[in-house]
Design a protein around this ligand. Structure first.
Ligand code: CAA
Length: 391
């Protein structure tokens, strides 16, 4: 079953940070077998923000090519999903106004529910476009995953923003109408207002993720969703990429289905390539997985893809869509790969210093020397007012 009006992702782009830390370095300094990170967690590296980067600079960099290509004439709504908010009141996307020349006839809001919020944004966009199919909605999922130094979560840090233009008659992905949801009050991962790093019960978080995934699938099927064997690929929220195979295996077990490992790999691995080198990007991670799938799969036109969104705390949603014919000509594969390759390796001592700087928020006036080579930077926080610059 599809929406009466065909609605979905018309364009998608991403941005990450200036720095990258190789997980071999982290393993050596922590005295851990690197295989634990590469094989156990499925992570090779993690993006690290420069001192003058945050979710706003990444969001601007992700959205700029989309707006350059499509303009803003029909842009009515910008939804920025994040759990790395820069203010308790003002929506982070408002800082994009001068950076991206957003029209004043745009409603702008920020959404939060851990790693799930971008999926809520997608559902809200469908509602808005159903009401007026001429409207376009820009969704930006932007997060910096930051855990305490030397904690179990440390090797799963990362950062990225994914921007998506949601429209009627989309060029890349048409969304199906059924979706399945699951929510519960669970303390598996959270970040109180006074903390810049997450508090996490790792074992509970993994268990809850798996339960939520199979429950969301059951609700998806109860609401008229497709059968499992209709899908060519499955994109999962990826706190670390080993989670994709683990979650898929769990889903199959709950359905009483047995697949060999290579069959599981064939439907999930293409969607993990970017995440493996970028790390967790919280609410952007599922959509980075979609980007990875699009850039690393052979022809997907007309193929159905299943999506599993999970945000600790917890809300989970399973939804699906069909890749549109001709989608390849709308991808930015070379740019995406260049952006990842262009990151500057950061030394382990410098990584720890930058982590500590970011973990201690600016409480007096702060001025930031230029550190990033990216297109946007945070220049100062004076009288608690943040100022950004297009470089
Ligand atoms: N070679 C190969 N594999 C190895 C290994 C080695 N030398 N040593 C360990 N491993 C394997 C382990 O067997 C384990 O595999 P399984 O998951 O298949 O059992 C894996 O590596 C991880 O090892 P541990 O469980 O011992 O790792 P840990 O206790 O140090 O931490 C973690 C793992 C709990 C996920 C931790 O990284 C963490 O707290 N991460 C943050 C929370 C998180 O990501 N939770 C995921 C669900 S919540 C969510 O999805 C929201 C979100 O984005 C945070």
């Amino acid at each position: 079953m599809i929406n009466a009006v065909s609605i979905g992702i018309h364009d998608i782009a991403f941005a990450t940070t200036h720095y990258v830390l190789d997980l071999d370095d982290l393993a050596r300094h922590r005295g851990v077998d690197p295989a634990k990170y590469h094989l156990g967690l499925g992570q090779d590296a993690m993006s690290i923000p420069a001192a003058d980067e945050d979710i706003v600079t990444m969001a601007a960099a992700a959205a700029a090519p989309i707006l350059q290509l499509h303009g803003t004439d029909n842009l009515r709504t910008v939804l920025l999903a994040t759990e790395t908010a820069v203010d308790q009141s003002k929506a982070a996307a408002l800082y994009l106004h001068p950076l991206l020349n957003l029209p004043s006839t745009t409603r702008i809001v920020e959404l939060k529910q851990a790693c799930y919020a971008a999926t809520a944004a997608l559902q809200f966009a469908i509602g808005l476009i159903t009401r007026n199919p001429a409207d376009q909605v820009l969704i930006i999922a932007a997060d910096i995953a930051r855990y305490d130094l030397d904690s179990p979560g440390e090797p799963t840090q990362g950062a990225a923003a994914v921007a998506m233009l949601v429209t009627a008659d989309p060029a890349i992905l048409q969304l199906d109408s059924p979706s399945g949801v699951y929510s519960d009050d669970i303390m598996d991962f959270w970040r109180p207002n006074h903390r810049s790093t997450a508090v996490v019960d790792g074992e509970l978080s993994v268990r809850t993720y798996l339960t939520a995934t199979s429950q969301a699938w059951a609700d998806y099927r109860n609401n008229g969703g497709r059968q499992l064997d209709e899908f060519s690929a499955f994109c999962y929220h990826l706190p670390y990429t080993a989670m994709a195979r683990k979650a898929h295996k769990h889903l199959l077990e709950t359905l009483g289905i047995e697949w060999p490992n290579d069959r599981i790999a064939a439907v999930v691995d293409a969607g993990t390539r970017y995440n493996r080198t970028i790390g967790n990007s919280y609410t952007a991670s599922l959509y980075l997985s979609l980007l990875s799938l699009l850039d690393h799969s052979s022809e997907l036109s007309g193929r159905a893809v299943a999506f599993f969104s999970y945000g600790s705390g917890c809300v989970s949603e399973c939804f699906s869509g069909t890749i549109r014919p001709g989608y390849r000509q709308h991808l930015r594969t070379a740019d995406n790969q260049h952006q990842i390759a262009a990151r500057t390796p950061i030394s382990y001592p410098r990584y720890r210093a930058v982590h500590t700087e970011h973990a201690n928020p600016c409480i007096a006036d702060c001025y930031f020397d230029q550190d990033t080579a990216g297109p946007y930077r945070l220049t100062e926080i004076v009288n608690d007012k943040r100022r950004y610059q297009k470089i």
